[in-house]
Design a protein around this ligand. Structure first.
Ligand SMILES: NC(=O)c1ccc[n+]([C@@H]2O[C@H](COP(=O)([O-])OP(=O)(O)OC[C@H]3O[C@@H](n4cnc5c(N)ncnc54)[C@H](OP(=O)(O)O)[C@@H]3O)[C@@H](O)[C@H]2O)c1
Length: 354
């Protein structure tokens, strides 16, 4: 395929070159496992009936990309034996988030056509967005919001889906609800504040002092600095409808959360008490946490095009504005992973391919 500079010509590309630029790894480990290749073969890019091939214009980096590289997302081996589709195939191309243009469609695709501008989140054992082309099921995609560039759109799917599913599908937020968002200035917290605001909630945001103005600008009504005081102990008398935990709150936090929640309040965490591999003992611990707070949800984000359609509507109504921290070329993906490891992001880091 020739290098096409005119975006309109790009829309009619229906063929895939034999090789592409891609980042990949062959075994789990730290960032030194990541390889950047300009001649990565594309023979695996054959869509099944409901899949499409997307030319990736941009992707973004999430903490889960690094955890996946470490091997944290492997399920216990007895589950892998029973369900082969949960296994990882190597070489593995990382990154969940994508924004780009459909260049090929499977036989039974009905949602998208060649030339459509789309964005979405891949399934965890497929990923694939750190490359010029990727295969993804069309049901995981939505039309790119009209008011966003591909770079901006690529910064949204995983964090926006996490916040939407945590707040709306599990937390069932409604206007006037009081929400406590912990880790409010990161990729997910940034989305959570904006979505909660869009639904008319009152927001208390926990982040470091340096980010107070930032989270207020996103819609937080009240801000607390997790560094300066033992903020959990400040909460006597608070009455939250929902705690949305993006950090993994400290020890004894489950008991403390009961104090700040209304009787029927929900506690939704996306981390648990610390990042953990999916071992049997951690799965048992989840059951125990659920017994302590009945409305306790430790959620895993579901890649889901229908939820993303709703997010597109919120974006186009001005309810979500993307916040990009830094842009990297694909060749510097390793640097972007190193940055996410440090854990003090404001908004998202993106990888730009086109
Ligand atoms: N379960 C799921 O499906 C799911 C989905 C998405 C994300 N996650 C996980 O959720 C976590 C957050 O993701 P993210 O994308 O928001 O990460 P991120 O973009 O790296 O943001 C992390 C944020 O946490 C803040 N922070 C660090 N320590 C804190 C503390 N003790 N108290 C309050 N805030 C603190 C940092 O702000 P300061 O600079 O102010 O310190 C930073 O803004 C990651 O562990 C990620 O893997 C899980």
């Amino acid at each position: 395929m020739a290098d096409v500079e005119n975006p309109n010509e790009r829309l009619i590309i229906d063929d895939i070159p034999a090789t592409m630029k891609a980042v990949w790894f062959e075994s789990f480990g730290d960032t030194n496992q990541l390889n950047y290749d300009t001649q990565f073969p594309t023979f695996h890019l054959r869509p099944n009936e409901t899949e499409v091939v997307v030319q990736v214009y941009a992707t973004s980096i999430n903490p889960v990309d690094w955890k996946l590289l470490l091997g944290y997302l492997q399920v216990p081996c007895y589950i892998r034996l029973l369900k082969s589709r949960l296994r990882f195939k190597f070489p593995f191309i990382p990154c969940f988030d994508v924004s780009g243009v459909v260049v090929k469609v499977g036989e039974n695709c009905t949602k998208f056509n060649v030339g459509d501008e789309v964005y979405g989140m891949a399934k965890h054992n497929k990923c694939g967005a750190a490359a010029e082309y990727m295969v993804i099921d069309e049901n995981l995609l939505a039309s790119k919001p009209n008011n966003l560039t591909h770079k901006e759109a690529a910064s949204l799917p995983l964090t926006a889906l996490t916040s939407y599913q945590g707040l709306v599908k599990y937390g069932k937020i409604k206007p006037g609800d009081r929400i406590l968002i912990i880790g409010a200035s990161g990729g997910t917290g940034t989305m959570a504040i904006q979505i909660a605001k869009h639904f008319g909630c009152l927001i208390t945001a926990v982040c470091s002092k340096e980010n107070f103005d930032y989270v207020r600008g996103l819609g937080a009504d009240e801000v607390l600095d997790y560094k300066e005081k033992n903020w959990w102990d400040e909460f006597d008398g608070y009455d939250f409808d929902l705690v949305f935990d993006c950090i993994g709150i400290p020890e004894n936090a489950q008991q403390k959360a009961r104090r700040v929640l209304k009787l029927n309040g929900d506690f939704v965490t996306i981390v648990g008490d610390k990042p953990r591999p999916l071992t049997t003992s951690n799965l048992l611990k989840y059951g125990w946490d659920k017994m302590i707070i009945p409305h306790y949800y430790h959620i895993t984000t579901e890649a889901n095009g229908e939820d993303l359609d709703i997010i597109t509507d919120i974006v186009e109504a001005g309810g979500i504005i993307p916040h990009i921290s830094e842009e990297f070329p694909l060749s510097r993906t390793k640097d972007a992973f190193e940055k996410i490891k440090r854990g003090h992001q404001r908004g998202k880091n993106i990888i730009v391919l086109v």
